[in-house]
Design a protein around this ligand. Sequence first.
Ligand SMILES: *[C@@H]1O[C@H](CO)[C@@H](O)[C@H](O)[C@H]1NC(C)=O
Ligand SMILES: *[C@@H]1O[C@H](CO)[C@@H](O)[C@H](O)[C@H]1NC(C)=O
Ligand SMILES: *[C@@H]1O[C@H](CO)[C@@H](O)[C@H](O)[C@H]1NC(C)=O
Ligand SMILES: *[C@@H]1O[C@H](CO)[C@@H](O)[C@H](O)[C@H]1NC(C)=O
Ligand SMILES: *[C@@H]1O[C@H](CO)[C@@H](O)[C@H](O)[C@H]1NC(C)=O
Length: 195
Amino acid sequence: MSSSNFLLFSLTLLIIILSPIPYFTSASLEEANVLLKWKASLQIPKNSLLSSWIPFPLNSSASVPCTSWFGVVCNADGRIQKLNLTSSGLMGTLHRFSFSLLHNLTHFNLSLNNLYGPIPAEVRHLSNLVYLDFSLNKFSGVIPPEIGNLHQLTILSLYSNNISGPIPIELGNLKSLTHLVVYKNQLSGYSFIIG
Ligand SMILES: *[C@@H]1O[C@H](CO)[C@@H](O)[C@H](O)[C@H]1NC(C)=O
Ligand SMILES: *[C@@H]1O[C@H](CO)[C@@H](O)[C@H](O)[C@H]1NC(C)=O
Ligand SMILES: *[C@@H]1O[C@H](CO)[C@@H](O)[C@H](O)[C@H]1NC(C)=O
Ligand SMILES: *[C@@H]1O[C@H](CO)[C@@H](O)[C@H](O)[C@H]1NC(C)=O
Ligand SMILES: *[C@@H]1O[C@H](CO)[C@@H](O)[C@H](O)[C@H]1NC(C)=O
């Protein structure tokens, strides 16, 4: 190693050592903004627990979404891992929910709200999803066949909505699925049997 290369190497090493550990990285700031953008599209009751979801930099600590946002649980990397917004009085759609930016979501519970409109095909981006519970809402349209790409999915609960069409045959690809709960909808038929 030439001396100038060595100097560069030493400097780089020094910079790495002196950098603070990025507990909450810019990518997870992006994730927090996904939630804020979606929240802005919803009608939520006054005094909602979602009032803890406040934009940066009002609150000085950037790790706030992981520590003090209602219903949000992060993984060790500071990425959003669980969203539990069951029975939160939410009214609105998923149109503004950027599924493709929440790579690490494993648990997504929106049960018991007043959410309506389609379940977007973009749900396919939640490739680590284990639990999906959209039950007891007013979702309509079809069950997106793209849900069949969510290979970790164990529980899919969509009961008591206004979903129509058949159960897509693609759900047969879900090898980990143990619970498929779809009663109380407008489903037209069963195109496969879980084996
Ligand atoms: C930041 O968040 C904490 C915890 O929720 C809260 O107690 C504090 O008032 C907030 N600060 C500001 C400036 O909003
Ligand atoms: C989800 O939220 C509800 C209501 O806030 C709470 O009762 C329930 O224990 C939570 N579930 C999990 C798995 O955290
Ligand atoms: C989070 O998602 C990214 C992108 O898919 C992946 O590389 C990473 O391993 C995931 N982290 C965890 C803890 O699952
Ligand atoms: C979603 O939350 C409700 C209420 O807390 C709970 O009964 C249900 O089991 C949860 N769904 C999943 C898939 O954990
Ligand atoms: C159910 O969905 C259909 C469209 O698929 C819509 O016309 C109807 O108004 C919805 N019903 C309720 C109760 O939301």
